[in-house]
Design a protein around this ligand. Structure first.
Ligand SMILES: *[C@@H]1O[C@H](CO)[C@@H](O)[C@H](O)[C@H]1NC(C)=O
Ligand SMILES: *[C@@H]1O[C@H](CO)[C@@H](O)[C@H](O)[C@H]1NC(C)=O
Ligand SMILES: *[C@@H]1O[C@H](CO)[C@@H](O)[C@H](O)[C@H]1NC(C)=O
Length: 277
C-alpha cells in the first residue's frame, strides 16, 4: 500500500516536465491547448501580414515620388570630379617605343570614338555660351562635340596623340552631374607641380568648357549626351625627358569647387608624366 502511495509521489517530478511538453490528460502542448495555439498562430499571422502590407504600401508610396531620371536627394551644391584619359594617373613611356605608348593611344582612340565627327554630325549645333535648358522637351537635344575641336590632340592630324614626338596629350573631362549648370565660364587650367617650367597647349582654345553642354538630363532622357572635353598637350622639351612631371589640372572660372581638402578629385586631378627617349 505504502509502496503504491510512494510511487506517484516519486514520479511526479518526472511527469511534470513531460507534461510541460505534452500533457495527455488535458491535451496541452507546451502548456497550451490546440485551440489556444491556433489562436496565437492566427494572431501572429494577421499581425505580420499587416506589417508586411504596411511595409509594401509605404515603399510603393515612396517609389511613386521618385523620378527615373534624377536623384531625389543631392548635395546642396553639387560639384563634379575631374578625370583624365588615358585613364591612368601615371603616364610613363619611351617615345621611341610604340609598344610602350600604344596602350595610351589605343585608350584615347577608343574613348574619342563616340566623338567622331561622323557620329556627332547628327547632334545639334548649339548656341555657344548659352545653357541648353530643355526641361519641358521629352526628347532632349544633344550638343555636338566633334573630336576635330581637339586639333593636335584629336588623333586625326597625329595618330599617336603626340606620344611619338614626346609631347603627349591628356584629355580632361568633368564627370556628369544631372542638372548641373556651372556659373561663370569654366575652363581647365593645368600647372606643373615640379620645378621645371612646363609649356602647355589647350584644345579647345584656353581650355574652355562651353555652357551649351549643360545641363545634363540623365541617361534616360539624354541618351546620346557627350561630355565636353579639354585636351592638354604637354610640350616637353628634350631636357624634360627622363624627369618626372607632376601636373595638376583644375576647373576654374566658375562656382565649381576645386580645393576640397578631403576630395582631391573634386574639380581637379593630378597626374604624373615621365617620358624617355
Ligand atoms: C627607348 O627606346 C629606344 C628604342 O627602342 C632605346 O634605344 C632606348 O634605349 C630606350 N630608352 C630608355 C630610357 O629605355
Ligand atoms: C572614327 O574616326 C576614325 C578616324 O577619324 C576612324 O578610323 C574610325 O573608323 C571612326 N569610327 C567610326 C565609328 O566612325
Ligand atoms: C592657372 O593657375 C596658375 C596657378 O594657380 C595661375 O598662376 C594662373 O594664372 C592660372 N591661369 C589662368 C589662365 O587662370
Amino acid at each position: 500500500m505504502s509502496n503504491k502511495n510512494d510511487k506517484p509521489e516519486g514520479k511526479e517530478p518526472e511527469s511534470s516536465w513531460k507534461d510541460a511538453i505534452y500533457n495527455p490528460r488535458t491535451g496541452e502542448l507546451f502548456g497550451r491547448t490546440g485551440r489556444n495555439w491556433g489562436l496565437i498562430l492566427l494572431f501572429y499571422l494577421v499581425f505580420y501580414g499587416f506589417l508586411t502590407a504596411m511595409f509594401i504600401f509605404t515603399m510603393w508610396v515612396m517609389l511613386q515620388t521618385l523620378n527615373d531620371d534624377a536623384p531625389k536627394y543631392r548635395d546642396r551644391v553639387a560639384s563634379p570630379g575631374l578625370a583624365i584619359r588615358p585613364n591612368l594617373l601615371n603616364i610613363v613611356f619611351n617615345r621611341s617605343n610604340p609598344l610602350e605608348y600604344g596602350q595610351y593611344v589605343q585608350h584615347l582612340e577608343s574613348f574619342l570614338d563616340q566623338y567622331n565627327d561622323s557620329k556627332q554630325a547628327k547632334n545639334d549645333l548649339c548656341m555657344a555660351g548659352q545653357y541648353s535648358d530643355q526641361d519641358e522637351e521629352p526628347q532632349k537635344k544633344v550638343c555636338q562635340f566633334r573630336r576635330s575641336i581637339l586639333h593636335h590632340c584629336s588623333g586625326m592630324e597625329d595618330a599617336t596623340f603626340g606620344y611619338a614626338e614626346g609631347k603627349p596629350c591628356v584629355i580632361v573631362k568633368m564627370n556628369r552631374i544631372i542638372g548641373l549648370k556651372p556659373a561663370g565660364d569654366p575652363y581647365i587650367n593645368c600647372t606643373s607641380k615640379t620645378e621645371t617650367l612646363l609649356q602647355l597647349q589647350y584644345f579647345p582654345h584656353e581650355g574652355t568648357i562651353d555652357r551649351m553642354y549643360f545641363p545634363y538630363y540623365g541617361k534616360k532622357s539624354h541618351e546620346d549626351y557627350v561630355q565636353p572635353l579639354v585636351a592638354v598637350k604637354l610640350l616637353l622639351k628634350k631636357e624634360d625627358f627622363k624627369s618626372e612631371q607632376i601636373v595638376e589640372c583644375k576647373v576654374e572660372g566658375s562656382n565649381l569647387k576645386n580645393d576640397d581638402e578631403r576630395d582631391k578629385f573634386l574639380g581637379r586631378v593630378t597626374f604624373r608624366v615621365l617620358v624617355t627617349e
